[in-house]
Design a protein. Structure first.
Length: 277
């Protein structure tokens, strides 16, 4: 998702370089996460690269919903984690006093709230389609400040007023490669599931957690999302350390299938091991 100069493009090159090398992979720009999934679902693209989770803003709901609620066989095939460093970008020759609006992707502006509040408190915040688009807009108007990467600044000729303006220095985004098929296990693996309840009753989440606890698996993420069917109808999204071909994993999932309305496997794939492991 996103044009040249975005963090998504950086992640796409990481994935492409693992197999064929970026010079052999044709990268197709998409305007939205929905468009990425539409191209992959229809077979017009072999793979898609989308953001899944950010260290500051949490899960990317559009990606989670596309995986959990989409009825195609598109799944997560791999993941990579990209360090996110934002810079305030201005038109050449512009100063901070010229800025009337900060324009960037909503995720980028949200990740730089404190810097914006401290240095540009009176400025209007506007949304752009991408951080790369933000850099392009900043170059075109001295009254606009963009937030994007140093690479985007270089590509579009923007002035870097200040780098590393993100609120948290450990800012990272987890990107996933989506497509069709069943990837082989890696050294470290994750299995992602969407768990739909039969009914809203006490102890459902506890029951889910106990199944994986009994089987000896660690959950790295648990969240709930509305199913978009009715108010109060939720699906649990879980990431589990382990591979689906493990007998204990399959047994735990089969037990949940007996107790829940539906269990959807969103992917079982090689993952990036946490730095504290």
């Amino acid at each position: 998702m996103g044009p040249v100069g975005t963090f998504s493009e950086e992640a796409a090159h990481v994935f492409a370089g693992r197999d064929s090398g970026p010079e052999r992979a044709e990268l197709v720009e998409c305007a939205s996460i929905a468009e990425v999934f539409a191209l992959v679902d229809s077979g017009r693209a072999d793979f898609g690269v989308v953001p899944m989770e950010n260290a500051l803003e949490g899960s990317v709901s559009a990606t989670v919903d596309a995986l959990a609620l989409n009825r195609s066989d598109t799944q997560i095939l791999a993941e990579t984690v990209v360090d996110i460093h934002h810079a305030l970008l201005l038109a050449p020759g512009a100063t901070l006093a010229d800025v009337q609006a900060v324009v960037s992707h909503p995720q980028a502006t949200a990740q730089c709230r404190r810097w914006i509040a401290a240095h540009l408190p009176a400025c209007e915040i506007r949304a752009a389609n991408s951080t790369a688009d933000s850099a392009r807009l900043a170059v075109s108007d001295p009254h606009i400040a963009g937030i994007g990467s140093l690479r985007a600044a270089e590509l579009f000729g923007a002035q870097v007023f200040e780098s590393d303006i993100e609120d948290f220095r450990g800012n990272q985004t987890r990107f996933v490669l989506v497509g069709h098929g069943h990837p082989a296990a890696g050294e470290y693996n994750k299995t992602s599931l969407a768990l739909f309840m039969k009914e809203d009753r006490p102890g459902t989440l506890l029951m889910i957690l106990q199944e994986f606890s009994y089987a000896g698996f660690n959950l790295t993420r648990v969240e709930s999302r509305p199913t978009k069917r009715a108010l109060g109808d939720y699906v649990f999204i879980v990431d589990i350390e382990g591979y689906i071909d493990d007998l204990a994993m399959r047994t735990a999932i089969d037990c949940l299938r007996l107790k829940l309305r539906e269990v959807r496997v969103l992917g079982s794939y090689p993952a990036q091991q946490r730095k504290d492991d």
